[in-house]
Design a protein around this ligand. Structure first.
Ligand code: AMP
Ligand code: MG
Length: 347
């Protein structure tokens, strides 16, 4: 609930910031799905048509949320139970498709994006709508799960058959589901003849077309100021903007902060990064890459970005440094010029 309030505030803030008073040409609605508010804006679409398309969008979002849920019963739950047997079985194609994509993205991230570590994420207490209160899990338990070494390349897929050679693989698509969902929704909009739209799930978004005479504009959240905007960005046609941040889901225990992005190499919340924002044409790739670069951290993100084909990145580290690629630098306008801005190349 707290997250929803924050998102609502952010949306309100970006509205104020850009003076987005709905005009006759603008259609705007907010849906609740994937545990977040999803803000959808169309430009130049008749209200009746927009309303009927939004009904379809809502239905699709509901289904995707149900089908991919990491800890509630449903198609993904069934897959997770059957993967444990290490035998081959038929999977629901609507869940198989994101798994195939996630497997490819895990491999190109050197498994820093690793949706097979569901057991670790559960151990940390993040398989709940409520935030955990701590204490953090015992080191022995973390070590045990790490030794099981679940990875996406343990999985093989042939047509609709899937199996895992490792019984400890359990899937949590939380690091990519929003991206995959947004990509599906944008395709649905295009198929219904919508040309100008933005689908924004709490700052993770994809845009098509333009906002009338100007491009779509969005705010990038400041990891140090929950309601604040660090920079603004003009989104090109067909572009996605995704952010992974340590402020999204976390808890404090005895003065220590524990967040929801787990480093699959250590079994602990990834260290050194506060947030990663990046651009890519494909929302699924953007979502997985933001999680992967967050885990890679200030020293290794450029290598992983290159492998994943990401060239516009901004990473804020835990010392307040902002690392930015030349391409991203030309795209953002900082609210306050940062003093610790470092240009870093992904070649
Ligand atoms: P995001 O906000 O896109 O970075 O996704 C964070 C979510 O992805 C978490 O809430 C977990 O469900 C899941 N997750 C955590 N760590 C990882 C990881 N290293 N690789 C893939 N998914 C992860
Ligand atoms: Mg992600």
């Amino acid at each position: 609930m707290q997250k929803l309030m924050k998102t609502a505030l952010l949306l309100l803030l970006s509205g104020l910031l850009f003076g987005c008073q709905p005009t006759a040409k603008e259609y705007h609605t907010t849906l609740l799905s994937f545990g977040t508010l999803i803000d959808i804006t169309f430009w130049g679409v008749e209200k009746d048509k927009a309303d009927s398309v939004i009904k379809k969008v809502e239905k699709d979002l509901q289904y995707m949320h149900y089908a991919w849920h990491a800890w509630q019963p449903g198609p993904m739950g069934r897959i997770n139970t059957l993967l444990e047997t290490t035998a081959s079985f038929s999977a629901n194609p609507s869940v198989l498709a994101p798994i195939i994509k996630a497997r490819e993205l895990a491999i190109s991230s050197d498994h820093l994006f690793n949706p097979a570590i569901s057991k670790l994420i559960k151990l940390w207490g993040f398989h709940s709508d409520e935030l955990p209160k701590g204490p953090p899990p015992a080191a022995t338990k973390i070590k045990k799960l790490l030794a099981q070494n679940p990875r996406m390349d343990d999985i093989t897929i042939k047509n609709v058959s899937i199996k895992s050679r490792n019984p400890h693989v359990k899937l949590d698509l939380g690091g990519v589901a929003k991206g995959y969902g947004i990509e599906q929704i944008i395709n649905l909009l295009i198929n219904h003849g919508i040309r100008n739209a933005i689908v924004n799930a709490g700052g993770d978004l994809k845009a098509i077309g333009r906002h009338g005479q100007r491009p779509w504009r969005v705010g990038v959240r400041d990891p140090d100021n929950k309601q604040g905007v660090l920079a603004t960005l003009e989104v090109k046609e067909g572009e996605s903007v995704f952010t992974s941040g340590d402020y999204e889901r976390f808890y404090q225990f005895e003065g220590q902060r524990y967040h929801h992005i787990i480093d699959p190499r250590t079994g602990y919340p990834a260290q050194g990064t506060r947030s990663v924002t990046l651009l890519h044409a494909n929302a699924t790739t953007a979502d997985a890459a933001a999680t992967a670069l967050f885990v890679a951290g200030p020293k290794d993100w450029q290598r992983i970005a290159k492998q994943m084909g990401i060239t516009a990145v901004m990473l804020v580290d835990d010392k307040g440094n902002i690392y930015i690629t030349p391409e991203m630098k030309t795209r953002v306008s900082f609210i306050t010029p940062p003093d610790k801005l470092h240009v870093a190349i992904v070649d």
